[in-house]
Write a protein that binds this ligand. Structure first.
Ligand SMILES: Cc1ncc(COP(=O)(O)O)c(C=O)c1O
Length: 416
């Protein structure tokens, strides 16, 4: 196990003098504290002691029913018995890894991919199959080629085909890109053909600013090849730690056994709070409100990037979610630059290399616009743009000097 660069970056976000684009946190100022406070009081009063008692490992039945209904409305046929409530979807990732992985088992991950998922699998000694992304998400054509090459090459000790394929299909963390419909269908076909399980992790899907929502990968799945992970962290409140995993009942039962060894059950109070917020229409109202807020922040960030960033730099345009992904010239090293960015311009970001499993991606940066204030988004991008211009000029000057001294050395050598 190793420390995550992102957790380190989160510590910076707490410093008042730093403009942080590091943590993918929801904007705290959007939390409707008065309304949630009133709901919390009602839950404690009406539910009484059970709200503070242990609950069933699978989670509060009412919330499982509610999740099943929400998913049915989104095209995933689902019964409450197929839902396991977890402490955030991060716990679901850990439980899935615990249940399925033996050391050395393969897991297909996006390159770049969500670091929390990657590390959850890494903790159980998975071998990563990093498959690149482009503007339409995971390159399923490249995955198909690699699977075709691997087919039949395993032996008694090791399967050649990975057991799991982990994808964040909507407004992906870290790139903000969304998987196309064709590739969703293709991925399910590949899972069926090669016998691996898709882990569809979708905490951002409902935070869509524009365009048509895509069908969930699970909606294409008729044979139980997809486990769907959802969360109330980004659409509601991450401090409640309420997420879920949806899959065939038999698997949910096994995941529940794995969960018993971890924490017995998730928070009774938090789950009940979510149910009650939903009943009162608070969840939908909150979602509507935050979509406006994050759309405005996305727009501010994109327009500031256009104004202040040097022309050598590229970025993605997310249709939802929290993140913009920035690609610098190939020779640049975002991790090495980060301490200078913090000390010189007081701006923090996450260096993109952390999201790659193969040591590449050094010239990339993840910027989260979700938490920074409107003013800080503009000011932070302005400072970062100036900083990058100086870094690019410095790098170019250094490489010109290096070339000159190499040429001088060659000339010297040929003279002697
Ligand atoms: C893609 C993705 N999956 C899962 C999580 C974990 O969320 P939680 O455990 O709060 O539900 C996050 C949090 O940032 C995420 O970005």
């Amino acid at each position: 196990m190793k420390a995550s660069d992102i957790r380190e970056a989160f510590r910076l976000a707490e410093r008042d003098d730093i403009i942080s684009f590091a943590g993918g946190f929801p904007a705290s100022e959007t939390f409707p504290l008065d309304e949630v406070g009133a709901v919390a009081e009602k839950v404690a009063r009406e539910m009484g002691a059970t709200s503070l008692q242990y609950g069933p490992t699978e989670g509060l039945y009412e919330l499982r029913v509610m999740v099943a209904q929400r998913l049915k409305a989104q095209g995933i046929p689902c019964r409450p018995e197929e839902v396991l409530l977890t402490n955030g979807s991060q716990q679901a990732l850990d439980l899935v890894a615990k249940l399925f992985l033996d050391p050395g088992d393969g897991v297909i991950v996006e390159k770049p991919g969500y670091i929390g998922g990657i590390s959850a699998f890494g903790n159980y000694e998975a071998e990563y199959w990093g498959i690149p992304l482009d503007g339409e998400g995971l390159r399923t054509d490249l995955l198909a080629e690699r699977l075709a090459r691997a087919k039949g090459t395993g032996n008694g000790l090791r399967q050649a085909i990975p057991k799991l394929c982990y994808v964040v299909p909507n407004f992906q963390n870290p790139t903000g890109v969304t998987l196309s419909e064709d590739r969703r269908r293709h991925l399910v076909d590949l899972a069926r053909e090669h016998g691996f399980l898709i882990i569809e992790d979708n905490p951002y899907g409902e935070i869509r600013f524009e365009g048509t929502p895509r069908l969930h990968i699970k909606a294409y799945d008729r044979d139980g090849y997809v486990l769907y992970l959802g969360s109330f962290s980004k659409i509601a409140f991450p401090g409640l730690r309420v997420g879920y995993v949806v899959g065939p009942e038999e698997l949910v039962r096994k995941l529940a056994i794995a969960k018993q060894g971890t924490d017995l059950c998730s928070t009774s109070f938090g789950q009940k709070l979510i149910v009650e917020c939903e009943r009162q229409g608070l969840l939908d109202a909150h979602l509507k409100a935050i979509i406006q807020v994050y759309r405005r922040k996305r727009d501010l960030m994109i327009s500031a990037l256009k104004t202040y960033f040097p022309e050598e730099v590229r970025w993605t345009y997310p249709e939802g979610g929290f993140f913009v992904w920035v690609t610098l010239p190939q020779w640049m090293d975002a991790k090495a630059m980060l301490p200078r960015a913090i000390s010189e311009i007081k701006v923090a970001y996450v260096s993109g290399g952390a999201f790659f499993t193969d040591g590449t991606g050094k010239n990339t940066i993840r910027l989260a616009y979700s938490q920074a204030t409107d003013e800080d988004i503009v000011e932070g991008v302005k400072r970062l743009g100036g900083f990058l211009r100086r870094e690019i000029a410095r790098g170019l000057k250094e490489s010109a000097e290096l070339r000159q001294s190499e040429m001088a050395a060659v000339a010297q050598e040929s003279r002697s």
